[in-house]
Design a protein around this ligand. Structure first.
Ligand SMILES: [Cu+2]
Length: 305
């Protein structure tokens, strides 16, 4: 709320206006924020996403939305019609005879129950689909820390393990009196040093846990969000559509302490072939690092000679 919103103006209308303008500014801001993200449907709605789960969620959300619109039209229509048609100036007299009607009560109980069941069936179906992590092709252990993520690959990429932290460019700019204008930093607070790399067209399963407090791994375009809780392992899956390779961004979605806003998520989706290449590169680099660590230091070699 702006300072104007809490001034001591005696005019109620002015209060209402400043309040409205703040809300309008907030809405515009949110609209811009949403349109800046990839794959949003129109900047004001949920992202349609790049996985079938995300699309199903979007479909369910729209289905429920239109049911709500229908209910609003019927209820407000009846109210407005009654207010206009039976107004006092037209000589309407209150009906005090109908104090109780079992028939009406039965009708207005059964209709909402039917509406709820109509909404619950596809919702339950989607929840079951979300929970079905069977036949995953790549599993990755994801551990939340204050304030970074660790990605530990399994299956074909077994052994690859790294931390993903806020990009240096954002980290420098966010410091108090850094002198850097955040607007000049690309993807400010949404970039990391090492993104999670995954293949497209592959059922990826994440095993989420935490080493300190509760975090939540959230990438809107994947329709993926789940808590990372110390001592628990939560599962999450998604399959990015082939042809939708690229960079996708998310954030920690559980208030996890001072730097909660500084542990973004970046996912680099590659074609299965490119992913295989990346795995080989990582494994080769790991082998090289292991060999360098095992080799005796140069001074030892000199002494041995
Ligand atoms: Cu967190």
């Amino acid at each position: 709320m702006s300072i104007r919103g809490i001034d001591h103006s005696t005019s109620g209308a002015r209060h209402a206006f400043t309040g409205f303008s703040s809300i309008a500014a907030l809405c515009v801001g949110l609209g811009f924020a949403a349109s800046a993200a990839a794959n949003t449907s129109n900047g004001y709605n949920l992202p349609t996403g790049v996985t079938d789960l995300a699309r199903d969620m979007y479909g369910l959300h729209m289905e429920v939305f239109w049911i709500c619109v229908g209910i609003a039209v019927v209820v407000f229509g009846a109210m407005i019609y009654s207010l206009i048609k039976f107004r006092q100036s037209q000589g309407a007299v209150a009906d005090t005879a109908m104090l109780h009607s079992t028939k009406v009560e039965v009708i207005w109980t059964i209709i909402p129950v039917i509406i709820l069941v109509v909404m619950a069936i596809p919702a339950a179906d989607l929840i079951l689909k979300q929970e079905d992590t069977r036949n995953s092709e790549l599993s990755i252990r994801v551990t939340g820390y204050q304030w970074k993520w660790e990605y530990n690959y399994m299956d074909a990429a077994e052994g690859i393990d790294f931390y993903s932290t806020l990009a240096q460019s954002s980290n420098f700019a966010r410091q108090l009196r850094s002198g850097i204008d955040p607007f000049t930093v690309p993807n400010y607070l949404l970039d990391v040093d090492k993104p999670l790399v995954i293949p497209s067209g592959t059922k990826v399963r994440l095993l989420l846990t935490s080493q300190d407090v509760i975090h939540a791994w959230w990438v809107p375009d994947f329709g993926a969000k789940r808590s990372a809780i110390p001592g628990f392992v939560n599962e999450l899956w998604f399959r990015v559509d082939p042809g939708k390779e690229g960079i996708y961004r998310g954030q920690c979605a559980a208030l996890c302490g001072r730097d909660h806003g500084f542990m973004p998520i970046v996912v680099d989706v590659r074609t299965p072939d490119n992913f295989k290449k990346w795995v080989e590169e990582q494994k080769a680099a790991m082998k090289q690092a292991a060999a360098a660590a095992a080799a005796p230091p140069p001074t030892a070699q000199v002494l041995a000679n």
